[in-house]
Design a protein around this ligand. Structure first.
Ligand code: NDP
Ligand code: A1CAB
Length: 274
């Protein structure tokens, strides 16, 4: 075994759907040392960035006679497209193929029904594009240790990975970490807007909000202190932060809004399973 498990991969990895999330994962694999000649991509509208990877050896839209059965199929199409896409992808799948899905809501049972193979259901997030994603994964009972290791290597190339045993957690996982980056970006947008309301020029407000969210995220990442302690460190008694937190932590406050937001995303994930 090499130290880099991506370099141990000897079979073909077929990525179905090279959009925002699939494309970010592919970038992570190649940056992490996966041989581009091991990768094939199926997508009806390939972006210029993905098309350029052909020069490095990535196979683009191969038919099954060229690609054969693949070692790992990574499914990154929209859940609503899955039944139509999956029927075509099945041709690439053998009993030995591991099927790694990142689709919100789509269950292991549906993946087994439509594609077959040994299924790993995973939920990454877009910080994967800079190697700072977090993915939660759950494996079906028939996934072998080797298949799990390959899936782990592919997912870990874009950040950290948590394996769980209980698939029913995946809807709430999707609501917290899959969708979560959007909540943080919204915070940056609204903080900037509030700065403008408070009298700042828009360009300055946007820069201050962006750097504050990014810097705070980096501090949270690097610090071993709990988030609550980092918050308390900003909050001087009787000062400006306490005044603002009185609003955000009031009734109704961010807690109630966040509970409602995560519940709505969890519900939507369950609906996508149908
Ligand atoms: N974006 C995110 O933050 C996250 C997304 N996910 C999951 O990742 C999946 C993709 O999401 P996202 O990347 O945002 O969506 P995108 O629309 O950016 O990507 C989906 C890609 O799949 C392509 N596609 C459509 N039909 C097929 C087909 N039959 N075969 C192969 N490719 C096809 C689409 O092409 P076209 O545009 O032409 O239709 C598009 O390029 C979803 O299932 C989502 O739940 C998971 C975690 C986070
Ligand atoms: O919005 C969505 O459905 C996908 C899944 C998690 C993030 N984006």
């Amino acid at each position: 075994m090499a130290n880099n498990p991506l370099q141990d991969i000897t079979g073909t990895i077929l990525l179905a759907g090279a959009g925002k999330m699939g494309g970010a994962m592919l970038t992570g694999w190649l940056a992490g040392g996966l041989d581009p000649r091991r990768v094939a991509v199926v997508d009806p509208h390939l972006s210029p960035e993905i098309t350029a990877l052909a020069a490095k050896g990535v196979a683009l839209n191969p038919d099954v006679t060229a690609a054969g059965k693949v070692e790992t199929l990574v499914v990154a199409v929209k859940p609503q497209m899955f039944r139509e896409a999956g029927a075509k992808l099945k041709a690439f799948v053998s009993d030995q193929t591991s099927v790694v899905s990142i689709m919100a809501g789509t269950t292991i049972a549906s993946l087994e029904e439509v594609c077959g193979g040994a299924v790993v259901r995973a939920m990454p997030n877009t910080p994967a594009a800079i190697g700072r994603g977090i993915t939660v994964a759950v494996a079906a009972n028939n996934v072998s240790a080797v298949q799990r290791a390959v899936a782990d290597a592919l997912l870990r190339a874009t950040g950290s990975v948590e394996w769980v045993e209980d698939e029913s957690l995946m809807d709430a996982v999707t609501a917290v970490s899959g969708s979560g980056p959007a909540y943080v970006f919204l915070l940056a947008e609204e903080l900037a807007r509030a700065g403008v309301e408070a009298g700042l020029p828009e360009t300055l407000a946007t820069k201050l909000a962006r750097e504050t969210v990014a810097g705070s995220g980096e501090l949270l990442h690097r610090s071993e202190l709990p988030s609550a302690t980092l918050r308390q460190n900003v909050t001087s008694p009787g000062g400006t932060t306490a005044a603002a937190l009185g609003v955000l932590m009031g009734e109704p406050g961010l807690r109630e809004l966040m509970i409602r937001a995560v519940a709505a995303a969890t519900k939507r994930s369950k609906e996508l399973a149908k």
